[in-house]
Design a protein around this ligand. Structure first.
Ligand SMILES: [Fe+2]
Ligand SMILES: [Fe+2]
Length: 194
């Protein structure tokens, strides 16, 4: 799929604000893809579709999680965590996007997970640092993203966990798995902590 086709699909489904966020995530992801020798086309398609299901009704997302291969424990957590996995399923259903690397980057863009591919790291980080965002501590992550994708992703997962704990929210296990895995990588371990 060409990026213009993907943009035409998502534009009517998103608010203006969310659509512009999506375009900025895509631009940021392309920059990170160039820096890290990752496919620009895949970074574009994954980031254009990352919030594809952001505005599906909760009932529809719940039904999709209940009736497909998606893990049922998602339903025990905040619905903000549902739109990534649901989008990963729906883009294949609705547009025949079968590329597992793209689907995983969309699936895990909110939580992260252990053993993320570079494409997954790029969408995870780009969603957090895109230029429209502004909150304390963000410049540190932006600077790190220019130098070290894993270091930037580690900061994103650390900040996300801190933020959720501060708000007394529950934390999906994949978010901890991402943090632990990235910490091991930064400390010189391999992806399985050996
Ligand atoms: Fe999202
Ligand atoms: Fe997003």
């Amino acid at each position: 799929m060409h990026k213009n086709e993907a943009i035409a699909i998502i534009e009517p489904l998103l608010t203006k604000q969310r659509f512009e966020h999506t375009l900025r995530v895509a631009e940021t992801a392309v920059k990170l893809a160039k820096l890290n020798n990752v496919s620009i086309e895949k970074a574009e398609i994954a980031s254009i579709f990352h919030d594809y299901c952001k505005y599906r009704s909760l009932e529809e997302m719940r039904r999709i999680i209940k009736t497909t291969y998606l893990p049922k424990d998602l339903l025990l957590y905040h619905h903000e965590l549902w739109h990534g996995p649901v989008a990963s399923f729906m883009i294949e259903q609705e547009y025949g996007v079968e590329d597992e690397a793209i689907k995983k980057a969309i699936y895990y863009h909110t939580t992260g997970r252990a053993n993320m591919s570079d494409l997954e790291l790029i969408v995870f980080v780009a969603d957090y640092i895109e230029p429209g965002r502004s909150f304390p501590g963000l410049d540190e992550v932006r600077d790190m993203a220019q130098k070290d994708l894993v270091g930037a992703a580690w900061m994103v997962s650390r900040n996300t966990i801190n933020y959720l704990m501060e708000k007394k929210n529950s934390i999906y296990p994949d978010t901890f798995h991402a943090y632990n895995d990235l910490t091991r990588l930064l400390n010189g371990g391999n992806k399985f902590g050996q």
